[in-house]
Design a protein around this ligand. Sequence first.
Ligand code: DC
Length: 240
Amino acid sequence: METAAQAATAASATGPAVIVAIDGPSGTGKSSTSKAVATRLGMSFLDTGAQYRAMTWWMISNDIEVTDASAVAAVAGKPVIVSGTDPAAPGITVDGTDASGPIRTPEVTSRVSAVSAVPEVRSAITALQRSIAAAAPHGIVVEGRDIGTTVLPDADVKIFLTASAEARAARRSGELGATASADVAATKEALIKRDAADSTRKTSPLAKASDAAEIDTTDLTLDQVIDRIVALVEEKRAAK
Ligand code: DC
């Protein structure tokens, strides 16, 4: 649903609604960048990783063994996941319960790759993502791993963010409040393991779409990345 803030920003935004897909591995700045681009352009925002995390949290809460793909597949259609699309306060609920906090726990983070590799989970969540994108009144910025390749292959603008493993681990550690070098090293190891699982799974793996613009964020500030993407979206709007 559109908030008053989105409507006000959108009123001053120019051009037709566009769909922007932003993919890439963890720690490339996808979430911060996507929220800021959506805010600057008066668009909706969708964090698709949060949806896979919400599905994982529901599985854990309901005692489903997440490494048992057929057990996960059998109940993948059960949880009712509702994603907020206001970039200032996206939020997410599962069966009516606010899941914004629980989906960020290490327990969920360590299990989400297994759950998101199950085809029945992907088809349920992909359908949800497409319906949210189709309903966004002023366009939407959708961030994830397979948005440009599978979920919204006709997106108007496709971006693939990358960064060195060191930069990604340092950013993730910063978000988690870890400062000791052992913690940073452990974060880096977990991140590389999760990206490898996400990139090698059979169903819609993390991948760059052939027509996506790749931006290496290693040596760029957040504002520089945002400016580049906003410029690309404005160019597309002008050409539409
Ligand atoms: O962006 P994130 O770290 O919150 O994503 C959590 C997990 O969800 C990630 O390990 C892979 C999975 N994911 C996915 O498979 N497809 C997406 N479009 C988004 C996330």
